[in-house]
Design a protein around this ligand. Structure first.
Ligand SMILES: Cc1cc2nc3c(=O)[nH]c(=O)nc-3n(C[C@H](O)[C@H](O)[C@H](O)COP(=O)(O)O)c2cc1C
Length: 423
């Protein structure tokens, strides 16, 4: 069963407006931090909550915030990563569309904790229709005294601006995002230094996902321990999952961390379409290991549970494939995507994904051989761990796992060619 925390205002009339927000505990958490808490207390509460970043990597949010050198004389920045370009993932969109103030409040709390006056929402270009919603909400918050100067009669100042990207997957990678925000080409930067120390314009910057920020007001209002208690010991709270593919009721679902994957599929999503059998799931967007139906059986949707089951939670885009799916075709589509989206800066990713795509095309048109499968297997480890940013890994993980776990779908393609050649 879904647990509505971040999504509790979805479906309310005028859920976007500040009046709805204020009538449902809105901006109470911001008031609490600004008027009664210290920066350290806010960070400690977020640490206690075991909130882990919802953008894909699952890094503990409170810990990330504690890396910001607050004594540094440089300005600090808070940046919301609303690029949401991961295939299969569309959870940040409704969070911004139906409850923009929840995001604004979460960002303002982060800005208080870190001492940032200026914050940005970097939103993917294709979400152009959300820009107006966010800007209207920001204007409302400013008018009512929840953004701007001297908030709640203190010297705390908080300003938020929306910055649209141009629609490149790589601009979701946090350092490429910062380059893009600075007006540079969206190429990833070398880490370290991490953005918490040297981010936007070389200043301390926190980059968090939309969903991560929206959890923060709840943590402050009800306490870090309460939030952690909703989920598991090491994965606190609830998480949104975007389920797509061969289920009867695809969509976004908010469930507590630790929720069984198959319960989500069979109960919340109404099971596999047409009563067919499950063949595979890519659970974390598309940048993670593919799972067999067997691996899905006991998998739980928390960071440790998914690793135990042989994959990762990633960004929470659950792509479901029934028994009619040809996994070769699935991976073909993915390598097409990653090759197109590789920024081209580093050789392993640029050349490697290009070479992989060529081999996949060769196999698809019926000219592939067993040797080509072996070449694919040799190329993958030359991208993984050698590319400049994790886009290279994202490209390789679904392929290597698919070739291992669904070998027959690959062998079938080349066997046909080799049988004809032998005749
Ligand atoms: C190629 C690539 C694309 C990414 N795209 C996104 C994205 O669209 N949204 C997002 O929040 N994080 C994305 N990330 C992860 C970010 O780099 C970063 O880890 C995240 O924004 C941190 O926020 P969090 O700690 O709240 O998860 C991407 C990473 C990579 C390598």
């Amino acid at each position: 069963m879904e647990m509505k925390l971040l999504t509790k205002r979805f479906g309310m009339p005028n859920s976007q407006s500040i009046d709805t927000y204020l009538a449902t505990e809105g901006y109470q958490a911001l008031k609490k931090v600004v008027t009664t808490m210290t920066q350290d207390q806010v960070i400690d509460e977020v640490k206690k909550s075991v909130l882990r970043g919802r953008g894909g990597a699952g890094f503990p949010t409170g810990l990330k915030w504690s890396f910001v050198p607050r004594q540094s004389p440089k300005p600090k920045y808070v940046v919301c990563n609303a690029d949401e370009s991961e295939p299969g993932t569309c959870k940040d969109r409704p969070l911004m569309e139906y409850d923009p103030h929840q995001l604004i409040e979460g960002m303002a709390i982060a800005a208080f904790a870190l001492g940032a006056k200026l914050s940005y929402i970097y939103i993917r270009g294709e979400y152009w229709y959300l820009i107006k919603i966010l800007e209207t909400a920001i204007a409302e918050a400013r008018e009512r005294g929840y953004l701007g100067k001297n908030l709640f009669g203190t010297d705390f100042e908080c300003n938020i601006f929306v910055h649209p990207g141009a629609g490149a997957y790589i601009c979701g990678e946090e350092t490429a995002l910062l380059n893009s925000l600075e007006g540079l080409r969206g190429h990833p930067r070398i880490k370290p230094p991490f953005p918490a120390v040297a981010g936007l314009y070389g200043c301390p910057t926190i980059v968090n996902n939309v969903e991560t920020f929206t959890a923060v007001p709840h943590i402050i209002l009800k306490g870090g321990d309460w939030y952690r208690g909703l989920g598991t010991e090491k994965s606190g709270g609830t998480k949104m999952f975007s389920v797509s593919g061969h289920v009867n009721k695809p969509g976004n679902f908010e469930v507590p961390m630790g929720y069984p994957l198959m319960k989500l599929i069979n109960e919340d999503c109404g099971g596999i379409r047409g009563g067919r059998k499950l063949k595979a799931i890519i659970p974390g967007g598309s940048s993670v290991y593919i799972m067999t139906a067997k691996e899905c059986e006991d998998a739980t949707l928390d960071y440790e549970g998914m690793v135990k089951a042989g994959s990762s939670i990633g960004s929470g885009g659950v792509i479901v494939m029934d028994e009619t799916t040809d996994i070769f075709e699935t991976t073909f589509n993915l390598i097409h995507f990653y090759n197109h989206e590789s920024c081209g800066w580093c050789t392993p990713c640029r050349e490697g994904t290009d070479w992989l795509l060529k081999l996949f095309k060769k196999i698809k048109r019926g000219d592939g051989t067993t040797e080509d499968l072996k070449i694919i297997e040799r190329i993958c480890p030359n991208i993984e761990g050698r590319s400049h940013c994790p886009l290279g890994e994202a490209a390789v993980w679904p392929i290597t796992s698919a070739m291992k776990k669904f070998r027959e779908d690959f062998e079938r393609r080349v066997r046909k060619v080799e049988t004809v050649a032998a005749d």
